[in-house]
Write a protein that binds this ligand. Structure first.
Ligand SMILES: *[C@@H]1O[C@H](CO)[C@@H](O)[C@H](O)[C@H]1NC(C)=O
Ligand SMILES: *[C@@H]1O[C@H](CO)[C@@H](O)[C@H](O)[C@H]1NC(C)=O
Length: 619
């Protein structure tokens, strides 16, 4: 906690910095003032015995305004007290049927609905960390994600029964208990638990049940598709939950606000900034099962929404909807998120009116973060005295072709200059830890970079390329290596490559993301070689991918190559393939396009290519 004190000391230096930071001095001050306020609170919480967690904050909010709406969902409203009681029921039921006790990890496999919230709260009241499974994943990926968090209990929503049944034999073999939030009869070793919850007492749970929780205890496991392989379970400590929950406040949200939560609750953005943030503020959430551009503004008007959350695609989808007369008739004043492009933001602004966009940058497991708190378009954040004290970070020169940092003759990295693109690395210290991934030492080690500026030092490798300009504004440039982002989800190319390797006709696969006109991020593409004497199997390839990967991760384009180009370090060459993209006029190799309605790959003709670039074909 010393780092928060350090920053207080740093504050004393502020006047001296006035000159340097001149035009943004006021905004820097407001931001620093708010951040320091939260820092002091975190110190207080960490000193309280027992530790004051986000659950205790929720309980205080219930005391303060039991009748206030906590969440609106599909026409129903649940007050703080409703959610409190419901979570008590869940906790009491689970205590008796599953004998859950403090420290037992439980995996949650539930879509965006209120029961996600109270089931998690119930677990938190028992001191049980929850692993938040992505409800889009199936079979092998699902099993992998479940296994790596070390849970012995899986709680799933009724509508995900099929996905659970698919992996049930493997779960049973491991002795995992499966509870379904359903009224149906228990069958095949899946226990329906709704009846038990309905009958359970709604009496509050004794805080002594979670008396060993500390600030650095794991509160959650959140999955991230890091640079390689299958998704990984990042440890999220209570400290991290608190820090992320303060973001709403730092962005100016208050207890009066109505927060529109349309991002998945299994991601940090939706869960930590949205749900935990609203608990911290004591405001009201309007929860959506999923984002809908056509319902967006009607929802905002109906519920008087004042704060919205976005990813880059959100703004674009909203701008793509037909213009309406009442486009500016809403009360939204703050938008919190990341990934909006400057051109889209300007268009968004012109059309929907003055909304303060608070762009931020942070990785679930990372130890650095930025937030855009000024009125400069296109930046993801700003370096000030506070950020340097909070997160010792650096941008270092990066060789994209070799896919590794540039090192000098002594084997050390070289800092990127002002206005130069570099790889973001965050120094790993006691106060800026990188705890890594559950059950995956190898991947944890991979994200650590040593010998950066002096022999033996240790940094967290963010995998992101950033640029900092002369005025200390931070710009996001790209991701490096083996991930790309599509529809707001990270896709790990090696995971997709592994699955393609399971397809009969395919010998080798090289997966990457390509840019498409009019879309954020990159869409999946694979260059593959075929086994001797085999043809490309358009139907089977599609069905194998559909079995193992969520839609956003399946390569929409396939390029058949005679041989694969390999780099000096035996990595597959990607840069050239990425640049060449998927234009049949430019590429001699056979190209295929994944037609989701026909459930097969079809040859990518110039006509299809044109329809994609003109956005007649929706991706
Ligand atoms: C939204 O605000 C208007 C005017 O301030 C008010 O009349 C209306 O009842 C509010 N709607 C909801 C759902 O709170
Ligand atoms: C940063 O915030 C300001 C003020 O709300 C906004 O005008 C600007 O577009 C934002 N930048 C980005 C990239 O969102």
């Amino acid at each position: 906690m010393i780092w928060w004190f350090t920053l207080l000391a740093a504050l004393a230096l502020l006047p001296a910095l006035l000159g340097t930071f001149y035009p943004y001095f006021f905004q820097d001050c407001v931001y620093i003032y708010r951040a320091v306020g939260f820092g002091i609170r975190l110190i207080k919480y960490s000193k309280k015995t027992p530790f004051y967690s986000i659950v205790d904050c929720f309980l205080d909010a219930v005391k303060k305004h039991p009748k206030k709406a906590f969440v609106h969902f599909e026409g129903k409203t649940f007050t703080y007290l409703d959610v409190e009681r419901q979570s008590n029921k869940v906790a009491n039921a689970l205590r008796s049927v599953a004998a859950l006790k403090e420290g037992d990890t439980v995996a949650l496999f539930i879509g965006n609905e209120p029961c996600f919230m109270w089931t998690w709260l119930g677990l938190a009241k028992l001191g049980c960390p929850a692993a938040l499974l992505n409800f889009n994943i199936r079979s092998r990926s699902l099993l992998h994600c479940f296994s790596c968090c070390g849970a012995n209990v899986l709680i799933a929503a009724a509508d995900l029964r099929d996905a659970v049944e698919e992996i049930l034999p493997a779960l049973k073999e491991k002795g995992i208990t499966v509870y379904l939030l359903s009224d149906e009869q228990s069958a095949n070793g899946i226990h329906s638990i709704n009846q038990k919850i309905a009958e359970a007492s709604d009496e509050p749970l004794s805080p002594s049940l979670r008396s060993n929780v500390r600030i650095r205890t794991t509160a959650l496991y959140i999955y991230t598709s890091g640079t390689t392989g299958l998704p990984k379970a990042a440890y999220v400590t209570h400290e991290r939950v608190w820090a992320a929950s303060f973001i709403q406040g730092v962005c100016g949200a208050t207890s009066e606000d109505i927060f529109y939560l349309n991002l998945p609750l299994y991601h940090s953005a939706g869960f930590l900034i949205g749900l935990a943030g609203s608990i911290e503020r004591g405001n009201t959430i309007v929860l959506k099962r999923k984002f809908s551009a056509s319902q967006f503004w009607d929802d905002c008007r109906k519920h008087n929404i004042t704060v919205m959350q976005y990813i880059g695609e959100t703004m674009r989808y909203l701008c793509n909807t037909p213009k309406k007369e009442n486009d500016r008739d809403h009360k939204v004043k703050i938008a919190i998120g990341n990934g909006v492009r400057p051109d889209i933001w300007k268009e968004f602004h012109n059309r929907f009116g003055r909304i303060y966009v608070r762009e931020l940058y942070a990785a679930t497991e990372g130890n650095v973060g930025f937030i855009n708190y000024t009125d400069k378009v296109g930046v993801i954040g700003r370096i000030n005295i506070l950020s340097k004290v909070l997160f010792p970070f650096a941008l270092i020169k990066f060789d994209i072709e070799k896919d590794e940092p540039v090192r000098n003759s002594q084997g050390l990295c070289i800092p990127a200059g002002k206005d130069e693109v570099g790889l973001l690395v965050g120094k790993i210290t006691k106060h800026t830890p990188f705890v890594g991934y559950a059950g995956n030492k190898q991947q944890t080690d991979k994200k650590r970079l040593s010998d950066v500026f002096v022999k033996g030092d240790l940094y967290f490798n963010s995998g992101d390329l950033l640029r900092i300009d002369h005025q200390n504004f931070v710009y996001f440039q790209d991701r490096v290596g083996d991930t790309f982002r599509w529809k707001g989800e990270n896709v790990a190319t090696t995971e997709v490559g592994d699955i393609l390797g399971m397809v009969d006709c395919i010998d080798e696969a090289n997966v990457y993301g390509v840019k498409v006109e009019g879309h954020e991020g990159r869409i999946g593409m694979a260059a593959v070689t075929l086994k001797e004497g085999r043809e490309f199997d358009c139907v089977n390839t599609c069905s194998v991918l559909a079995n193992y990967l969520p839609v956003y991760a399946r390569p929409r384009f396939i390029r058949i190559q005679n041989s694969m180009e390999i780099t000096g370090t035996f990595k597959m060459k990607k840069v050239k393939l990425v640049e060449e993209g998927f234009d049949p006029a430019q590429i001699q190799d056979p190209l295929y396009f994944l037609d989701l309605t026909q459930k097969k790959y079809i040859p990518l003709t110039q006509e299809i290519f044109n329809s994609i670039t003109s956005q007649d074909i929706k991706l």
